[in-house]
Design a protein around this ligand. Structure first.
Ligand code: AMP
Ligand code: MG
Length: 344
């Protein structure tokens, strides 16, 4: 792999023009979106796309999402007319944190889809993401800009920590507004099937389409040898180095249980809790997960990275109810904990 002096640049017209030229020449650029930072390459250039897998250390069977900056860029990527439901979802949620899966057209290299005959497409809302795609003048394939297995990056500093020397450029657009990856919805069946929950919730999708199914792999570990519909749904995907236990139930009982677990833990324990609960944990070492579920979505990946930096051996996190955006939070927390979720 080539070594680079990685440039970290604020989003300016000059930086965007250079970033677009890098993408056109087959190189990689990390850029902000409203979900997490993406690691982009020319989606129509198989060699460029392969560089993404190299830079991330990403398994070759994990497909990428193709990002567009206008609705008319969708049709050339897919081999069918979008259904009425798909069009209704696009009207309601694009641009935004939603990825739709369709049968792919010939123009999408198999390197992008990891050999699948379907392609995942997203029209992001973040102005810098859209400006980069415009500057590149082609669709941009991008997974999250972390090293494979690490939490997705929600700041440019997270990207730099993982990608320094491995890519030529990072565009710094500040912290991400949603903080969790996009909702991935398979549109190839009769009913939209949520493969990965995110900022667009099952409730929002049902309201638009009349129905939505949440894939069963969202809230449980994969079985031995199971091939999930969404190949990225890997067991322990976001795992910190220390063991993580998620505690759910009544607020007071959760706090009491976490205190007992913390006090009995060996090594360096760490609590992840809602900001309003921090005083209840006294002197124990704790990180804030924000004020509410939306704050938790924004704070979670940074907290998991901080836990590693602090050398935490045993982490204890408060749960949130698994509905609305809480389903996405609990999906990531559950995965990070290898689904070690206990009742208080
Ligand atoms: P990332 O943005 O890094 O989380 O990676 C994109 C994720 O989108 C992958 O991990 C997959 O789970 C999902 N994905 C992309 N393309 C497809 C597809 N054709 N079918 C199912 N899931 C997909
Ligand atoms: Mg990822």
């Amino acid at each position: 792999m080539t070594a680079f002096d990685t440039e970290l640049l604020p989003v300016t017209p000059e930086a965007l023009a250079r970033a677009g030229a890098l993408i056109r020449s087959g190189e990689l650029v990390a850029f902000p979106t409203e979900t997490v930072y993406g690691l982009g390459a020319d989606a129509l250039n198989a060699d460029a796309v392969k560089r993404i897998f190299e830079a991330k250390g990403r398994p070759g069977d994990n497909p990428l999402i193709v990002h567009i900056s206008a609705l008319d860029q969708l049709r050339p990527l897919i081999s069918v007319e979008p259904s009425e439901m798909a069009r209704a979802l696009m009207d309601a949620c694009w641009p935004g944190p939603m990825t739709l899966i369709f049968p792919k057209s010939e123009s999408v290299p198999l390197a992008v889809t990891a050999g699948l005959d379907t392609v995942a497409v997203r029209f992001p809302a973040h102005p810098a993401a859209r400006a980069l795609i415009d500057a590149a003048r082609r669709p941009v394939a991008a997974p999250s800009a972390n090293r494979s297995g690490r939490p997705s990056p929600t700041t440019a500093a997270h990207v730099l920590a993982d990608m320094d020397g491995r890519i030529p450029m990072i565009l710094d657009g500040g912290p991400c507004a949603v903080g969790l990856e996009s909702t991935v919805i398979d549109m190839t069946g009769d009913v939209p099937r949520i493969l990965r929950p995110g900022g667009i919730t099952p409730e929002m999708i049902s309201a638009v389409c009349g129905a939505a199914r949440v894939d069963e792999a969202v809230m449980r570990p994969l079985k031995e040898g199971e091939r999930p519909r969404s190949p990225g749904m890997k067991y322990r995907h976001y795992a910190p180095r220390g063991s993580l236990t998620v505690v759910q139930g009544d607020e007071a009982a959760v706090i009491a249980r976490i205190k007992r677990l913390y006090d009995a833990a060996e090594g360096t324990p760490l609590i992840l809790a809602l900001e309003g609960h921090l005083p209840a944990y006294g002197d124990r070492r704790a990180l804030s997960l924000g004020k509410d579920v939306a704050g938790m979505a924004r704070a979670l990946f940074d907290a998991l990275r901080q836990a590693d930096d602090l050398g935490a051996d045993a982490l204890f996190s408060e749960a949130v109810p698994a509905d609305g955006l809480g389903l996405a939070v609990m999906n990531r927390l559950g995965r990070a904990a290898a689904f070690h979720i206990i009742e208080a």
